[in-house]
Design a protein around this ligand. Structure first.
Ligand code: FES
Ligand code: FE2
Length: 334
């Protein structure tokens, strides 16, 4: 994968959950770059590169004083815009010159803190479309795998018969379906048609006849599975993935449900143990994949026409999605 750092210059990522950011500086890593988050007195959240421009000490080991974060080493203080506001040792404590720290744009949206190096945070369209009151469940994790492999795994139907045998699908129940990939505004989606029901336990326990099954990629970091049902309800499973480093991905996941009685406590009690099992199985296979990649020096993968999502994901991360065919149809036996 190329260009994750370049992508960071153009796109928004989830840095943290709102509840984790307070008056104590919070250090996170985004695309290999340490960032410090804190809440200034005047409100909002500040996000700065976690490096004092004086001698390079992490600002996150300092403290917050009013609207500034104060470096632990010599006490220089920086505001939310990254400007130095105090420099102890000068006659009046005022800064010499105009030292600055790179700042990121920040917004809070439905419990998550989004950051970007663009002047304004542009939320992915699939995130803007989610209704907070329809959220039934949130979950987060850090997996030792590159973001593109995590995203591919989430969207890939062809491993579900093997890795999640019986739970998501059964190999003995494979049937041909049509998969259509379409490039859209800020990403692409895949429509699966011809399979209104699914063979696994999860479907039998919690779902009913589907009228829509669509996988989305939106704003690069968001992957989402969308389902609509003949009974009139709909559900979305959304993964906001943040590349912490090249080989580590933070995942902020949620389940939204519309038009069906599904209180959060019930979802947590009944569905979560099974969904957590699916997540464990995915994390396990991805970590094994990464170990093998390391053993074989990152030898390239074979991609076949069955791997419908991979070329579009790679184009997304390489900034070449506009060069992909606007629509691609494939028959898959799932
Ligand atoms: S290293 Fe930060 S003030 Fe000196
Ligand atoms: Fe999976």
């Amino acid at each position: 994968m190329t260009g994750v750092r370049a992508f960071f210059d153009r796109h928004a990522f989830v840095a943290a959950e709102s509840r984790d950011v307070g008056r104590t500086p919070l250090r996170i890593v985004l695309c290999g770059v340490p960032i410090v988050l804190f809440r200034p007195n005047s409100g909002g959240i500040a996000a700065l590169e976690d490096r004092c421009p004086h001698r390079g000490v992490p600002l996150s080991i300092g403290h917050v004083d009013s609207d500034t974060i104060v470096c632990r080493y010599h006490g220089w203080a920086f505001d939310a815009a990254g400007h130095c506001r105090a420099m102890p040792g000068t006659r009046d404590g005022q800064p010499l010159g105009t030292p600055r720290v790179t700042r990121l744009s920040v917004i809070e949206h439905q419990g998550l803190v989004w950051v970007s190096l663009t002047p304004e945070v542009l939320l992915p369209s699939r995130i803007k479309a989610l209704q907070e009151n329809e959220c039934r469940f949130r979950w987060r994790a850090t997996w030792n795998a590159p973001i593109i492999d995590v995203q591919e795994n989430f969207l890939d139907a062809l491993h579900t018969h093997t890795i999640h045998a019986g739970l998501v699908r059964r190999a003995s129940a494979r049937r041909p379906i049509q998969a259509s990939v379409s490039v859209v505004d800020d990403g692409f989606h895949v429509d699966y048609t011809g399979q209104p029901s699914q063979s696994g336990l999860l479907y039998r326990l919690f779902e009913s006849r589907r009228t829509l099954e669509r996988a989305h990629v939106s704003g690069a970091c968001v992957t989402q599975l969308e389902f609509a049902y003949a009974a009139g309800w709909a559900a979305w499973i959304t993964l906001c993935c943040t590349p912490e480093t090249k080989g580590t991905t933070r995942i902020y996941a949620s389940l939204h449900v519309r038009g069906r009685w599904a209180p959060s406590w019930l979802v947590r009690a009944l569905a979560w143990p099974l969904l957590a099992r699916v997540a464990d199985q995915d994390r396990d296979i991805l970590e094994r994949q990464q170990h093998a990649r390391a053993d074989f020096d990152g030898r390239p993968y074979i991609t076949t026409p069955l791997d419908i999502v991979r070329p579009f994901l790679e184009a997304t991360w390489n900034g070449r999605l506009a060069e992909m065919p606007a629509r691609r149809e494939t028959v898959l036996s799932i």
